[in-house]
Design a protein around this ligand. Structure first.
Ligand code: BG6
Length: 488
C-alpha cells in the first residue's frame, strides 16, 4: 500500500515558548513559571528551586502549596549560581525570520508554537494585554503567512505567569480559569483571523507533574481538582473560540506513550486497563464531554474525596468538547500488577531498542495509538509531537549526519501512513518535535537534540546560535514534497 497521504495533509514542526523562544525579559514579558527551572542533565535532572525576596527557598520537588510562609504575591528571585535555560533558549525571539525561512524550505505548511502567557499578561491579572507581546506573535504569524504556513497555536504549554501559580496555587483555584479565558479571548481576537487550529493545553494528562502549575507533589485531591479546573477552562475557551473565530478547530494535546500489559496474566491485564484509564480519563472527558463511568473508582484510588464542581460545569464540558484529538508520541511502556506507571513511569520492553535517554522506540505503537484513539472517540486526530532526542556530533561546519533520526522518522511516518491509508484513520497532520534544536523539557539539556537544524549552543549557553541544516533536513524536505510517497 502506498505511503502517499491524502491531499491537504498538514506537514510541519512543533516547539514551545520556554524551550525555544528566549527573550524572557524583553518586550514587557512577565516571569513565567518555567523560568525557574534550572539546567540539568540525564543524571542530574533539573529542578525548580525558587528564592523568595525574604530569603526563603522553595526547594526542588516542593509544592507551592507547602510554601505558606511565603508572601504569595512576591516574585521569587533567580539564584546566582544557577543557569536557567529558558531565559535565552535558542533565541527564536530574535531569529524567527531565519527559522521560519528554514521551516518553509523544508516545505512546512503548518507550524505549531506556543504563546507565552506572561508575554501577553505579565502577571495574568492585568486588565489590558501587553501590546509588545501580541506584536511579537503578530510578526511570527505574518512571517509564516509569506510562505503559506498556517499556525497551530498552543495556548498554554505547561506554564502560566508565576504570579498566578503563587497567588492561587496554580490550577487548583477556579480564579485561574477566569484568567485563562481572558487570555484565550485576547488571542482569538488578535490572531483568530489568521489561525484556524488551536490547542488549549499541552500534554494535559502530564502537566500536573510539573511544579509550575502549582500542583507538583500535591495530593490526589489537589491534582484532580486542578485537572477539573483545566477541563472547564478548556471547554470555555473552545466555546468562546467557536463563537469568535468561525471555522476554528480545537484540540488539547495528550501525552500518549502507548502502554502495553507486560504479560497476559489476567491480573496484569486488569492492572493495564486501570493504568490505561489514567490517560483515557483526560481524553474521554474532553473528547466526549462528560465524566466516564470509571471516573468514580479512579478518583477514589487516588484519594480524591470530592471534586468541587459548579452546577453549570456539566453543560460547559458538553458544549466545549474538542473537535480533534491531538497527541504527542515518543515511546511505549509496559506495566504489570504492582507497577506504578502513572507516578513512576513505564518499564522497558524487551522487544524494543531504546534512545540514549532510555526511551523505547516503537513505531508500530504509533499506529496502535492512532487506531485506539479513533476507535474510541471517533474524532479526527492530529499528531502534534513525535521525534527522537539524540546526541548529535557536528563537524567543524556544524553539519550532522543524523542517520539514526532519519531511521526513526522513516519508521514512525510509515506507521502513520499505514494507519491513514490502511486503517482509514482521519489524521489532520503531523508536526515533528522539534524542527530546530532547542532545550529539553525533562532535563534542561541542549545535548538532547531533536532538530533537522543544528543550533550551535551547548548546555551552558555557550555558542554562536548559528543554524545549520542536518542530513535529515533534506530527507524530510523530500518526504514532504512527495506528500509521503517517498516513504515507500
Ligand atoms: C513533550 C513536551 O512531553 O515532550 C515537550 O510537550 C518536550 O515540551 C518533548 O520537549 C520531549 O521531551 P524532552 O524531555 O526530551 O524535551
Amino acid at each position: 500500500m502506498s505511503k502517499e497521504l491524502p491531499k491537504g495533509f498538514l506537514w510541519g514542526g512543533a516547539t514551545s515558548d520556554f524551550q525555544y523562544e528566549g527573550g524572557f525579559n524583553e518586550g514587557g514579558r512577565g516571569i513565567s513559571s518555567h523560568d525557574y527551572e534550572t539546567d540539568g542533565s540525564k543524571e542530574h535532572p533539573r529542578h525548580h528551586t525558587m528564592k523568595m525576596p525574604d530569603g526563603t527557598l522553595i526547594e526542588p520537588n516542593s509544592s507551592f502549596i507547602l510554601a505558606d510562609s511565603v508572601p504569595k504575591e512576591a516574585q521569587p528571585v533567580f539564584l546566582d549560581d544557577q543557569y536557567y535555560p529558558s531565559h535565552k533558549a535558542v533565541d527564536f525571539y530574535h531569529h524567527y525570520k531565519e527559522d521560519i525561512k528554514l521551516m518553509a524550505e523544508m516545505g512546512f505548511n503548518v507550524y505549531r508554537f506556543s504563546i507565552s502567557w506572561s508575554r501577553i499578561f505579565p502577571t495574568g491579572e492585568e486588565e489590558k494585554p501587553n501590546e509588545a507581546g501580541l506584536k511579537f506573535y503578530d510578526n511570527v504569524i505574518n512571517e509564516m503567512a509569506k510562505y503559506n504556513m498556517q499556525p497551530l497555536i498552543t495556548i498554554s504549554h505547561d506554564e502560566m505567569p508565576v504570579h498566578l501559580a503563587l497567588k492561587y496555587n496554580g490550577w487548583t483555584s477556579r480564579k485561574v480559569i477566569d484568567a485563562y479565558v481572558k487570555y484565550a479571548k485576547t488571542l482569538f481576537e488578535r490572531f483568530g483571523n489568521r489561525c484556524k487550529y488551536w490547542l488549549t493545553f499541552n500534554e494535559i494528562n502530564a502537566v500536573r507533574g510539573f511544579g509550575p502549575t502549582g500542583v507538583r507533589n500535591a495530593n490526589g485531591q489537589d491534582r484532580y481538582q486542578a485537572d477539573h479546573n483545566m477541563f472547564v477552562a478548556s471547554a470555555k475557551a473552545v466555546k468562546l473560540g467557536h463563537k469568535l473565530v468561525p471555522g476554528s478547530q480545537f484540540g488539547t494535546m495528550y501525552a500518549m506513550s502507548e502502554i502495553y500489559p507486560a504479560t497476559c496474566k489476567p491480573e496484569d491485564m486488569f492492572h493495564h486497563l486501570q493504568e490505561h484509564r489514567e490517560n483515557w480519563y483526560f481524553i474521554d472527558i474532553m473528547g466526549r464531554g462528560y465524566y466516564p463511568s470509571y471516573a468514580d473508582e479512579l478518583l477514589k484510588r487516588h484519594g480524591v474525596k470530592d471534586l468541587h464542581m459548579e452546577p453549570e460545569d456539566k453543560q460547559t464540558l458538553k458544549e466545549g468538547q474538542l473537535d480533534f484529538i491531538a497527541f504527542s508520541y515518543y515511546r511505549s511502556n509496559t506495566t504489570k500488577k504492582g507497577d506504578d506507571w502513572f507516578n513512576v513511569g513505564g518499564n522497558p520492553n524487551p522487544y524494543l531498542k531504546e534512545t540514549p535517554w532510555g526511551w523505547p522506540v516503537d513505531p508500530l505503537g504509533l499506529r496502535y495509538c492512532m487506531n485506539e484513539i479513533y476507535d474510541r472517540i471517533q474524532k479526527p486526530i492530529f499528531i502534534v509531537e513525535n521525534g527522537m532526542g539524540a546526541i548529535d556530533k557536528a563537524d567543524e561546519n556544524g553539519y550532522v549526519e543524523d542517520d539514526y533520526r532519519i531511521e526513526y522518522l522513516q519508521e514512525h511516518l510509515s506507521a502513520m501512513a499505514d494507519a491513514i491509508n490502511i486503517d482509514h484513520i482521519p489524521c489532520l497532520g503531523y508536526t515533528m518535535w522539534a524542527p530546530i534544536d532547542l532545550v529539553s523539557l525533562s532535563t534542561g539539556e541542549m545535548k538532547k537534540r531533536y532538530g533537522f537544524v543544528y543550533v550551535d549552543m551547548d548546555d551552558k549557553v555557550n555558542g554562536s546560535l548559528k543554524r545549520t541544516p542536518k542530513k535529515s533536513f533534506n530527507w524530510m524536505k523530500h518526504i514532504i514534497e512527495t506528500n509521503g510517497a517517498a516513504l515507500d
